[in-house]
Design a protein around this ligand. Structure first.
Ligand code: MN
Ligand code: MN
Length: 309
């Protein structure tokens, strides 16, 4: 249990570290990064959002909003006998509305459009939209993975439900489920070769995400995002090496960074995250993440017991 807690905390803190590190070079080209920073490897803030040192962006704060809604819904809502889901997804929608009204430092266009639709129409999903293949639903799904660790069906159902609040596209769905499955594997201690095997199988089923040879695109298009994340995650077994290589690819660097940070953080655990990065995060962020980690794991335990009744 202590090992699981360390891995879960490593994933959530890794997400925030990747977000804070990557945000400095978001929307830059690799060549521009080299000119300005050489190799970008320190959490220094700045970037197009003019962040404070250690400040995180929507990738982390939307995850916290989602995690907060899950915790507020509690075991009751998370009993997740499919009929109970709607109430919970509404409370996630409301949490996103509150998050947006709190004037977050950034918000993707598709997320904004979906949240405003929820605010005005109270619908849990928009119609299928070919423009919804961005990475915004994928980037925030960590709390769902944690809360449903013991229940495969609830994991799949709730991942898609929270995704559809803002993104309604099969590639977004596939990526959200796929990266969630990989995270679950890593939290359960999967070795490198097991992950490699999972990737091979998943790419056979979802060929769009094939990442060998790596094309070098790191945009917010969910296919580019996932290719980048899997390429660098599998290339470097070390957390720092994987994350530095990822964010120096530029473009949607905070989000590719957040996702690699999450997966590599689950792989190594919180106790092995680079201390200098951890200490650069804002204390309120670390506190919120640590609190949610305990809460979501406790929730997972009750969901699991429920699923086995
Ligand atoms: Mn962001
Ligand atoms: Mn981003």
């Amino acid at each position: 249990m202590r090992e699981l807690f360390d891995k879960v905390l490593g994933a959530y803190l890794g997400l925030a570290i990747g977000d804070a590190l990557g945000a400095t070079v978001e929307f830059m080209r690799p060549r521009e990064i080299v000119i300005q920073y050489g190799v970008h490897r320190e959490i220094i803030g700045g970037g197009w959002l003019k962040l404070a040192r250690g400040q995180v962006t929507d990738d982390t704060t939307m995850s916290l909003a989602l995690g907060g809604a899950l915790l507020q819904g509690g075991t009751h809502a998370l009993g997740l006998h499919a009929r109970g889901d709607d109430t919970l997804v509404h409370s996630i929608g409301q949490a996103f509305v509150q998050w947006l009204q709190g004037k977050p430092v950034d918000c993707g266009n598709t997320c904004r459009r979906g949240i405003l639709r929820y605010l005005h129409e109270h619908t849990l999903a928009g119609p299928y939209n070919p423009g919804d293949a961005g990475n915004g639903a994928l980037m925030r799904n960590l709390p769902v993975v944690l809360a449903t660790l013991g229940d495969d069906a609830a994991f799949a159902r709730l991942s898609i439900a929270q995704a559809h609040l803002t993104h309604h596209h099969p590639l977004s769905d596939a990526a959200t489920l796929g990266m969630g499955q990989l995270l679950r594997l890593l939290l359960h201690g999967a070795e490198h070769c097991e992950c490699r095997h999972w990737c091979d199988l998943w790419i056979t089923q979802n060929p769009a995400f094939g990442f060998t040879p790596y094309r070098g695109h790191a945009t917010a298009y969910v296919v580019d995002t996932v290719q980048t994340v899997l390429h660098f995650l599998m290339l470097h077994e070390d957390f720092e090496a994987a994350l530095v290589a990822t964010v120096n690819q530029g473009d949607d660097a905070d989000t590719t960074g957040a996702l690699v940070g999450m997966l590599a953080g689950a792989r190594c655990g919180a106790s092995r995250l680079p201390q200098r990065w951890l200490h650069r995060l804002q204390p309120a962020t670390v506190q919120a993440i640590t609190d949610q980690t305990s809460g979501l794991l406790a929730l997972a335990q009750t969901v699991k017991e429920d699923a086995h009744v």
